[in-house]
Design a protein around this ligand. Sequence first.
Ligand SMILES: [Zn+2]
Length: 257
Amino acid sequence: MSGFSTTAIILRRVEYGDYDFILTLFSRDRGKISAIAKSAQKSKRRFGGILELFSLLEIEVGSSRSGGLLILKEAVSRNLFSNIRSDIKKTAYACYWTELINLWLEEGNTHPALYEVFGYVLEQLDRAGIDEEPLSILFQMRFLSIAGLKPNFESCANCRRPTADIDASMVFLSLSAGGVICPSCSGSRSANMKLSKGTIKLLQWMDGGDITKAGRIRFSAAEQKESLLFLESFIPYHIGREPKSLKFLKNYRRGPL
Ligand SMILES: [Zn+2]
């Protein structure tokens, strides 16, 4: 891979020796890439202190002579999301989304749709007076769709009975079956979660509706709570990992003991 320029969001930063950082980046044009930022640890001036988690940057990278890691040559800030960084709750959400993307993405494929959604939710989260929870519901629903892990809300995963025909306001779901389980099948499958039909409609809208109108969607406290509980269980189950930052987020919500 020869040198190139792209916009990218930092997914991970690891100290390398006494001088350098190794960065994992989600780039718009090349998907997930790793690059070494030489002397970035030693000298704040080298990159102006902008190499922080979830910073949106314009970068120029070159390949090393040995053909190993890419080398970060230049980085210019496009958005450092300073309002997110000054707020612990916003930071907790941004770190969760960032870690989730890093866990799921593999190097070598571009994901323009996911890149757009990630940039959009970070931009919104950075605004004052925005509710974090609906944004996280939006991000998680779109992430699941793009990752091909979308929950099946339309019909029973076991007998295909349409959800609309289930005569109950609360519907059972099974993590292992990937979606709705009707009452007749709930004994035979591990139906371990519940959502109201109203919440399911909202989740479907968050996945398929106009993203720029998503901020106006109003969730009741109960709908919001069950949406977050469902998504924050469904995603770790299906990607096979529990992001560390999700544990932090859950602890933060519980508040001080
Ligand atoms: Zn069934």
